[in-house]
Write a protein that binds this ligand. Structure first.
Ligand code: HEM
Length: 191
């Protein structure tokens, strides 16, 4: 569940977004086609693939694969006028936080540009796709690297399109995972 369904769901959402927004494919392809090598470090990718990394950040924001987590407080917490003693279990939703208009303007619009000028996958307040604290995702950098490599391989060789354009794809909860419901994609060789 930790290392497979999460990356698979995120990639499915990324492919959905590429299929629904051909202009994003052009942007990502122009970066990928200009890559000097396929075996770069993550910091080199940051330099070579800014738009692609913005796209990955926005996918993780809009569709956090782990949509809900819990943490136990280590001190007294005040929420409004309510006091909760140390040792209280709190559940929080990354999906809710990442769709909060107080943190992300027009949160329901998929907009990779909102990450422009920021470090890719920066720890922005309210952006918690990999959670935080002692049980933060141990595979976060691996996951981004893996997602980038799969995207590079796909956009280089394949065209991805929606089988039924215009059909809204809704998120579905699969245990703790947020995955696209009934997403059908068509894969053709890139001309
Ligand atoms: C896009 C991909 C991924 C996302 C969105 C993601 C997200 C998360 C989140 C939110 C947590 C914290 C869960 C909690 O609060 O209890 C977590 C934990 C964890 N993740 Fe990931 N993850 C991803 C990929 C991976 C990969 C590729 C690996 C392994 C190679 C991995 C291994 C783990 C492990 C072992 C934990 C448990 C850490 C602990 O409790 O000490 N994850 N992940």
């Amino acid at each position: 569940m930790a290392g497979t369904e999460t990356s698979a769901s995120t990639l499915s959402w990324a492919l959905y977004r590429l299929a629904a927004n051909p202009n994003l494919v052009d942007q990502i392809r122009s970066e990928v086609d200009a890559l000097p090598s396929d075996r770069l470090s993550i910091s080199a990718y940051r330099k070579e693939l800014p738009a692609t990394l913005n796209f990955v950040s926005e996918t993780l924001r809009m569709y956090p694969a782990i949509w809900m987590s819990s943490r136990t407080s280590v001190s007294t917490i005040m929420l409004g006028s309510n006091s909760f003693q140390a040792g209280t279990d709190f559940f929080f939703s990354s999906y809710q936080l990442q769709h909060d208009p107080r943190t992300f303007e027009s949160p329901e619009i998929f907009s990779p540009e909102r990450w422009s000028g920021q470090l890719p996958l920066s720890s922005r307040p309210g952006f918690t796709p990999f959670s935080g604290g002692g049980r933060k995702c141990i595979g976060d950098r691996f996951a981004v690297y893996e997602i980038l490599h799969v995207l590079i391989a796909i956009v280089r060789r394949w065209e991805v399109s929606l089988v039924s354009p215009g059909t809204a794809i809704k998120p579905r909860r699969l245990a703790a995972n947020l995955t696209p419901e009934r997403l059908f994609l068509r894969i053709d060789k890139r001309p």
